[in-house]
Design a protein. Structure first.
Length: 413
């Protein structure tokens, strides 16, 4: 079933009603890490496009944008240096920068862009980020003072990710947890302020996906999407709880795992990987991952999947034409597909989809079992691989490869 043409550009956009506790957008995927913001409708019209509050040059990079109070944090590359930068949210003015030498490893190919790819993590007054060469550092969020750094490859022998390390860190208590890859260290936890290693676990090679902290089977779990496998760990101790195979021809498991409800998660990758739902449970003292369904016809490439309206929605396809797909969350059946939308990073805001596509477009849409319907669209950025957008209240912060801007979704020109 294809996409219906928009009847007008007057729509209701669901925007978060309450101020979140802690940082407004602390990590890749937003407050809960699942690309979803609950909220209530707010009238918005895009007849001439949303208002751009500010725009500025930044530098090469694909990192997303974290937000804490009135500061933005992202990463970019300048020559062989990777920069973590703090910007004033209201104006885009630079507050501080911290650079670190990060020449590419011999086995890396940056021809599609040198990154950085990962999104900084903000927790407890500390901002942590890993660049394309897997050099992890944590800084004082107020001043940019370096607290500690670790070279995951040189110090621990972590997996060298061919197109650039892309895994964004997550916070659990006083720990920052990252995917590293390797024997006994698929995932690693460090003390957020000192950098002291707390635990390491798992025998899997790393790939591009970011880990997720999810409540499954009555327990907080760290869900990782590694090369050929999805696995769950105890974030307190690092103990591996369960694993399930998810092979993909080129080992390109990129999308972050998302929750589906009822102790079920979804992982997705392109080509023969497809999309898979797993239900996690504990029986007779052992954790299990039971495959609920596998849909080989639809899988995300370098974009994310979301759960909305009884569907898993994603931009499927490889490097060619995009197929925008809606998968029934209960059965795994593809209920509709459309070629009329461009490959996009997706946020769920209330019951709406907010899409930032690779041509520079920003789209509002709805998706349900009957299909996907565009409500309005505006071009706001240059073309190129899209970084995931960040929405705080009614302000959207977004990047292309060299620019960053703030967009007011509550007002029009």
């Amino acid at each position: 079933m294809g996409m219906k043409a928009p009847a007008c550009v007057c729509v209701l956009v669901a925007i978060a009603a309450a101020i979140p506790q802690g940082p407004a957008w602390p990590q890749f995927g937003g407050p809960a890490g699942d690309f979803t913001l609950p909220g209530r409708p707010l009238a918005v019209e895009w007849s001439e496009g949303p208002v751009v509050r500010w725009s500025r040059d930044l530098g090469e990079g694909f990192s997303g944008i974290a937000v804490d109070v009135d500061s933005l944090f992202t990463m970019y590359r300048r020559g062989d240096e990777e920069i973590i930068v703090a910007l004033e949210a209201a104006t885009g003015r630079t507050r501080w920068e911290h650079g670190m030498a990060a020449p590419a490893h011999q086995d890396q190919d940056f021809s599609q862009g040198p990154g950085p790819h990962a999104t900084p993590l903000v927790a407890g007054g500390v901002v942590c980020g890993a660049g394309a060469t897997a050099r992890l550092r944590c800084l004082d969020a107020a001043t940019g003072r370096l607290l500690w750094s670790r070279d995951l490859v040189a110090d621990f022998g972590a997996t060298i990710v061919y197109r650039g390390y892309s895994s964004s860190a997550v916070a659990h208590g006083d720990a920052v947890i990252v995917q590293a890859g390797g024997t006994g260290q698929a995932v690693m936890a460090f003390d957020r302020r000192s950098g002291k290693p707390l635990w390491r676990s798992g025998n899997y090679a790393n790939t591009n996906a970011s880990p997720a902290l999810l409540d499954l089977g009555g327990k907080r779990q760290l869900v990782t999407f590694m090369r050929d496998v999805v696995a769950g760990f105890d974030p307190d101790t690092g103990a591996e709880l369960w694993s399930h195979p998810h092979p993909q021809r080129f080992k390109d498991n990129i999308a972050k795992p998302i929750p589906l409800g009822d102790d079920t998660i979804v992982v997705t990758s392109s080509l023969d990987g497809g999309t898979r739902a797993l239900t996690i449970s504990r029986r007779e003292g052992a954790w299990r991952a039971e495959e609920r369904w596998h849909q080989p016809r639809a899988g995300a490439y370098y974009t994310n999947a979301v759960a909305v309206g009884g569907l898993v929605v994603l931009s499927s396809g490889g490097v060619g034409p995009t197929i925008f797909s809606g998968i029934h969350s209960g059965t795994g059946d593809v209920v509709w597909q459309s070629r009329e939308l461009v490959r996009s990073q997706i946020l769920v805001v209330g019951d709406r989809l907010l899409l930032r596509d690779e041509t520079g477009g920003l789209t509002l849409a709805t998706a349900d079992p009957s299909g996907v319907r565009v409500l309005t669209r505006a071009t706001i950025l240059a073309e190129g691989a899209p970084s995931p957008p960040t929405l705080v209240g009614t302000t959207l912060f977004a990047r292309d490869r060299t620019r960053i801007l703030a967009i007011d979704l509550a007002n029009v020109k």
